[in-house]
Structures are given as structure tokens and as C-alpha cells.
Design a protein around this ligand. Structure first.
Ligand SMILES: Cc1cc2nc3c(=O)[nH]c(=O)nc-3n(C[C@H](O)[C@H](O)[C@H](O)COP(=O)(O)OP(=O)(O)OC[C@H]3O[C@@H](n4cnc5c(N)ncnc54)[C@H](O)[C@@H]3O)c2cc1C
Length: 424
């Protein structure tokens, strides 16, 4: 066995998940190299997202009603959730797996796991702020789910009850109480649910400062290094293969977001995944600045203060590995904003750049974290969908535990990357 500092770990993908895995592993004595297909100017999913850390999100994407919502909205080009019809066996199989998972029993089974992961990750973010300094705008002020109608407020009240039942604090507030909680912004709503444990931050600043620290402690990030295949021997990976050469390692971690299933397939491994496209637009000089991040529930739009900027993000479009912008869907986001925040006009968004990103979505709404059973030195850490930023630090800690031979204190069965692998 090599000395710890000689043990080489190769990570594929320098998104927020890959970087957190690299950071914690490097700190634990591994010699880590992260291979990233993008360049230094990349702007992928980990950079332009809504920046929310979400203990409030105990319900997975695969929940009753979600698939029928997607199908109903399929032909509405402005809707916040859509599945683009395509001839694709992968999409068909993913949809079947999604339907199988979207049951009340599944939600009940995984909600405590999502709570534990999100709360532990929140703690890790607070630690990371101490380690990296106050450089990524972390604000521990909670999140408000803003409801325009009383019907939505009632529905969300039930979700709040579920969260409270699991020990996640949640308060149902009327319009007056919501206004008192965040007087920085004028709101036209029936009320909202306040989740005091949630936080927000600037994701690009987080990714950049973590990258810098990872390199300072001896890690390396190789840009423009797309892994195209693998070299393996006797059910062990020997090297990740790029056009510029091979990277040999003792252990490998697959963290390449929405592209992970394509790389897994090259080893005969099945981790079903669809890309869930979303958009964001950031205002540099907003007319009002909320203190607390919020979700405009009927529109499913996230609103996050980031330093002196304000970001609006939304849509979940299952449309393949396609980062192009649908201007109609973006207009759907923009048009919803003045209906909740009357001091904002749609003109504020004219000619503002639109960012798009692809969320890596597993069919059951639970990430894939763990060792593959057929390749004993390959660990998987992907499929976090709408919670990848929130869960990145705890994912990095779990992966490091696995690499160190420590059993992580979570339901690893539910997270297993082998759960969709056909039985031999
Ligand atoms: C509009 C929007 C809002 C969101 N808001 C939030 C939020 O508020 N909170 C939250 O928790 N999450 C949010 N998310 C989700 C979050 O952004 C993602 O879950 C997260 O960024 C995924 O991180 P990742 O590292 O797994 O993937 P990515 O960030 O996609 O990183 C994967 C990396 O792998 C690289 N790669 C791919 N293939 C290869 C290859 N073959 N070789 C080498 N490198 C490769 C890619 O270039 C990429 O850099 C949001 C997403 C969107 C779209």
C-alpha cells in the first residue's frame, strides 16, 4: 500500500461537487487531480444557479403529481416545468423510473435523508466560511416561499407541516408578517412559509474561492481536459483517458454532472440521468433589495440577493444536453416578477444576459453517492438535481469518508449508484 500522500485520486468534473470532493480529500492527505473539460471561462451549472442552501427541501423532485405536471405543461412554452418530447430510449426509461419513484411512500422514505444531508451540508458551509473567509456572501437569514394565492399558501402549509414533523423549523406567515420580515422589498402576496434554517450565497464566488484554496493546499485542476474513455483492468480503473493523455490513479470519482451517465455507460454502468435545464438573470442595480432569498411559488422562480446584485432563476426543462436559451420560457420568468414584486418592471430585464445551466437529475430525485460495485476503485458523486450547491460540501465529506474506509452516517443504500444497475 502506498503512503497516504502518494495515493492518487482523479476526479472527473470541476463543478461544485467535484471541487468539494477534491477539497476534503486533499485535506485528508490524498494527492488530488481534477480533470475538467471546460476552460477557465466556463459558466456551467455550478456558477449561475440561485445560490440557495435548502434544509427546507425535504421533498425530492420525484414526488406525486410532478410527472403529470410536466406532461400537462409540455406544450406550454412559457411554463416553469416541461419535458421536451423526443425519441430517446434514455428519456423513456428515465420517465418510467421517475413514475415508479414518484409515490407518497418514496417521499416519506427519503425525506429524513434529504433533511439530514441538507442540515449537515449547511453546517459544512458555515465551517467553510471560517476556512475560506467571508468571501462568498454566505447569509444565514432563511428562505421565504412566497404565495400569491391563498390556495397555494394552504398547499405549502402542508409541506411546512411535513418539514416541521421532521424537525425542520417552518412558519406560516400572512402578508403582513412577510412584509415585516423583509421590509426591503414590496410584495403583493397572500403570505409565505418561512424556513429560518435556509441560507444563501454567491455560487460563482464560492466555486472560485474553493478552487483557489484547493490549489493552495496542493490539489491540481487540469482545464480543457475532457475525459473521453477509461482504461481498466480486472474491474479496476487504471486511468481516465483524455485527448492530451491518460491520468492514472489509485481511486477515481465521477462528478461530471449531467454528462456523468455518458461516461458511466462506457464502463457498462447504468446511472439514469436527464439534464434539467434552468435559466437565471442577474440585475446589477435592482430597484429594491430583499434581505432574504425567496421562491415565487406559483411561478417557481427563485430570487436571491448576491452581494449588491439580485438573481432571478427558474424553469426545469428536461430537454437533453442542450444549453440553448428558450426566450419564451425566460419571458415566463420575467413576466412573473412584477406580479409578486410590484416595484420591479419587466423593462429592467431588457437586454440583460441570460445564463443557462443543466442540472443533473436522477429519476428518483436522490443523488448517486457511493462506490460502484463492479469497479471497486470508482466512486460516484452526481445527480443532485436542484440541490447540487446545497449538498456539495456534505457530498465531498461522504466521498472522503468512503475513500478513507469510513462508513458515512447516512442511508447509503438510498444513495447507492448501483440502485439502477441491472442484476447479473
Ligand atoms: C436555474 C438553476 C438554479 C439552481 N439553483 C440552485 C440552488 O439555489 N441551490 C442548489 O443547491 N442548487 C441549485 N441548482 C442546481 C445546481 O446548480 C446543480 O445541482 C449543481 O451545480 C451541480 O453541480 P455538479 O458539480 O454536479 O455539476 P456541474 O456544475 O455541471 O459540473 C460538472 C462538471 O463536469 C465537467 N465535465 C462534464 N463532462 C466531462 C468530461 N467528460 N470530462 C471532464 N469534465 C467533464 C463539466 O464541464 C462541469 O464543469 C440550480 C440549477 C439551475 C439550473
Amino acid at each position: 500500500m502506498n503512503k497516504m500522500s502518494e495515493r492518487r485520486l482523479v476526479i472527473i468534473g470541476a463543478g461544485v461537487v467535484g471541487l468539494c470532493c477534491g477539497y476534503y480529500a486533499q485535506k485528508s492527505g490524498w494527492n488530488v487531480t481534477i480533470l475538467e473539460s471546460g476552460s477557465s471561462s466556463r459558466t456551467g451549472c455550478s456558477f449561475g444557479n440561485a445560490g440557495m442552501i435548502v434544509p427546507s427541501h425535504v421533498i425530492p423532485l420525484a414526488a406525486p403529481g410532478m410527472l403529470s405536471l410536466g406532461l400537462r405543461m409540455m406544450f406550454n412554452r412559457r411554463s416553469p416545468f416541461a419535458i421536451k418530447p423526443r425519441v430517446s430510449t434514455d428519456l423513456l426509461n428515465w420517465s418510467l423510473d421517475f413514475m415508479k419513484a414518484a409515490t407518497p411512500g418514496h417521499v416519506q422514505h427519503v425525506a429524513p435523508l434529504l433533511r439530514d444531508l441538507n442540515l449537515s451540508s449547511r453546517e459544512a458551509y458555515v465551517e467553510l466560511e471560517t476556512e475560506l473567509g467571508p468571501v462568498f456572501d454566505l447569509k444565514q437569514r432563511g428562505l421565504i416561499m412566497l404565495c400569491k394565492t391563498t390556495k397555494m399558501l394552504e398547499e405549502e402549509g402542508k409541506a411546512a407541516e411535513l418539514a416541521r414533523g421532521l424537525g425542520v423549523p417552518a412558519e406560516v406567515l400572512d402578508a403582513q408578517a412577510v412584509a415585516a420580515l423583509d421590509p426591503g422589498v414590496t410584495m403583493d402576496v397572500s403570505g409565505g412559509i418561512y424556513f429560518p434554517k435556509d441560507c444563501h450565497l454567491s455560487p460563482d464566488k464560492f466555486v472560485n474561492s474553493l478552487t483557489q484554496r484547493f490549489i493552495e493546499i496542493g490539489g491540481s485542476v487540469v482545464l480543457n481536459a475532457e475525459v473521453t474513455s477509461w482504461r481498466s483492468c480486472n474491474n479496476r480503473i487504471v486511468a481516465a483517458v483524455t485527448e492530451a493523455g491518460e491520468y492514472e490513479g489509485d481511486e477515481f470519482v465521477l462528478c461530471s454532472g449531467a454528462w456523468s451517465s455518458t461516461l458511466a455507460k462506457k464502463l457498462g454502468l447504468r446511472i439514469p440521468m436527464q439534464a434539467g435545464k434552468g435559466y437565471s438573470i442577474t440585475l446589477g442595480e435592482p430597484p429594491q433589495m430583499p434581505e432574504i432569498c425567496s421562491i415565487l411559488m406559483e411561478a417557481r422562480v427563485a430570487v436571491t440577493p448576491m452581494g449588491n446584485k439580485l438573481r432571478f432563476g427558474g424553469t426545469m426543462e428536461i430537454a437533453g444536453l442542450d444549453e440553448s436559451v428558450s426566450h419564451q420560457r425566460v419571458q415566463g420568468i420575467i413576466d412573473s416578477i412584477p406580479t409578486f414584486f410590484p416595484s420591479f418592471s419587466t423593462e429592467l430585464f431588457v437586454d440583460k444576459p441570460v445564463w443557462s445551466g443543466l442540472r443533473p437529475c436522477s429519476p428518483d430525485g436522490i443523488p448517486y453517492i457511493g462506490r460502484f460495485s463492479t469497479f471497486t476503485n470508482l466512486v460516484c458523486a452526481t445527480g443532485h438535481a436542484m440541490m447540487g450547491l446545497s449538498l456539495a460540501p456534505i457530498t465531498g465529506k461522504i466521498v472522503t469518508d468512503i475513500l478513507m474506509g469510513v462508513t458515512p452516517p447516512f442511508d447509503m443504500q438510498a444513495l447507492s449508484p448501483n440502485r439502477y444497475q441491472p442484476a447479473n
